[in-house]
Design a protein around this ligand. Structure first.
Ligand SMILES: [Zn+2]
Length: 242
């Protein structure tokens, strides 16, 4: 069988996944004539979690499309905000602890595994709980078992948070979730959490909450200025979508 020759181009946000010579406009590729476009794109290094619409000569095609000779393929990135088939829940890999706590601070369901349970177990948990796996590990995002996934571009927590909020537009509910364990917070009286408070705390604050899962007590106070700024910035930029 003749091996079709096709050409491809990739959206700029996908360039970091592909070889250098595929980053500048069209590049040629000889296929085996039987591989699907999804397989071809993945084999060039792009996790399918990062692929949006696939265009062949300007027409959208499914990733099961088998390219024929002389077709031109345009690989686009995911549209933002990206729609989710189920209520948004996340699972973060071991390197994303700070991002995990910031998502929880905004009330977003963010599971986290530390110590590392390994790629296979992470992918299995993503599938079992229908959680979007967030990772900077491309290999992990290539795993078949994943329910859904997203590559985190930046290594800086502030940029990581903006990336997730702009990509998925999750509903924000600040101060409703435990940043330690991901449990939900309930309002409680000062008396019921008194034994967890230092003297100054007990005198100064009246708004208290407690994690329904781990029992951690929370209160609003001056030491939250940095967290308040994270919440305020996120709500200002992304809260209006809800
Ligand atoms: Zn908790």
């Amino acid at each position: 069988m003749d091996r079709p020759q096709i050409s491809l181009d990739f959206a700029p946000e996908l360039h970091l996944f592909v070889a250098g010579r595929r980053r500048e406009g069209r590049s040629e590729l000889r296929t085996d004539g039987t591989s699907t476009l999804g397989h071809i794109v993945e084999s060039l290094g792009v996790p399918l979690t990062e692929v949006g619409t696939l265009l062949v000569d300007g027409r959208p095609v499914p990733d099961s499309h088998v390219p024929s000779d002389a077709e031109h393929v345009s690989v686009q990135g995911v549209a933002r905000p990206q729609r989710s088939a189920a209520p948004l829940r996340f699972l973060l890999d071991v390197h994303l602890g700070t991002l995990t706590r910031r998502l929880r601070l905004l009330g977003i369901d963010a599971a986290y595994e530390n110590p590392d349970i390994g790629d296979a177990a992470l992918a299995a948990r993503s599938a079992a709980e229908e959680r979007v796996l967030l990772s900077r590990d491309r290999g992990l995002l290539h795993r078949r078992e994943l329910w859904a996934g997203a590559y985190i571009y930046s290594h800086r927590p502030a940029e990581q948070l903006r990336d997730v909020l702009s990509r998925f537009a999750p509903p924000l509910a600040p101060w409703s979730r435990c940043t330690t364990c991901n449990g939900t917070l309930r309002t409680v009286t000062k008396t019921s959490v008194r034994e967890q408070l230092r003297d100054g705390t007990e005198r100064s604050y009246d708004a208290f909450a407690q994690c329904a899962d781990c029992g951690q007590a929370y209160w609003r106070g001056a030491h939250h200025a940095r967290l308040d700024a994270i919440v305020t910035d996120a709500v200002r930029e992304f809260g209006a979508r809800q």
